[in-house]
Design a protein around this ligand. Sequence first.
Ligand code: NDP
Length: 246
Amino acid sequence: MNQTVAIVTGGGSGIGLAITEKFVQHNITTVIVGRDPEKLHQAKQKLGSLCVPIVADLSDLEAIPSLVKQVITQFGHIDILVNNAGINMKKDFIEVTNEDFLKVIQTNLVAVFALTREVVKAMLPNKKGSIINISSMAAQYGIPKVIAYSASKTAIEGMTRAMATELSPQGIRINCIAPGFIATDMTSKAFNADAERKNKAMGRTPMGVMGTPGDIGDAALFLATESSRYITGVVLPVDGGNSIGF
Ligand code: NDP
């Protein structure tokens, strides 16, 4: 079992792509999952043969067991899972429909639960594994107009702690990373269009600048590997000091 195998959901873009890049640089075979085949194809072109795309919509819970089976059939085992795929929805609270709320929860929480369960089944016989859930500052701080997103990320952190108590005795560690303001296409576009919003966000960030996707990649690599062998059940903020207050 020499080859280290990871799954990174949403590995075709933004933070997920940066995590995949770090893993590949450290010789970790990394299966990336997303809905858009073109995004995944471009990631593979960039990162080479250790990057293995699988097209899947994780909000389709029925598709998850066969996705995990496909990875096991191809590689024999899974060592690392990064639950990074996520969607956001910005709307006034009273405008959020039941369907809106359920859509965000389905992708950001229920799919994470279902995929993690299937991956843990594959990890248990090896008594070894590291799972990393990408949370957000929105789990701990009230941010207006992102109701379902905040609910999903807070739930992920609670689920992580509960799972860590149950799975750590079996050799499986599970942790969260809570990114602050990270310069992905999405956030850069929003900040470029609204300088006041960017200034406000940076004013609340002691380090005064946005993080890069690579900063999250470095943290994920640390939590994925033996360098963090005695760490489980934590939420690691990677946020330029945002969470300590100012
Ligand atoms: P992106 O929109 O670039 O990445 C999201 C990824 O998730 C995409 O690759 C997308 O791929 C994938 N995805 C979304 N829905 C599904 C689905 N149903 N099935 C499979 N894949 C899916 O955003 P970021 O890189 O910024 O965000 C990554 C994570 O980091 C998210 O969980 C986000 O909440 C978190 N985060 C980001 C912050 C930031 O500042 N950028 C701050 C805090 C947290 P595709 O479209 O191909 O399906």
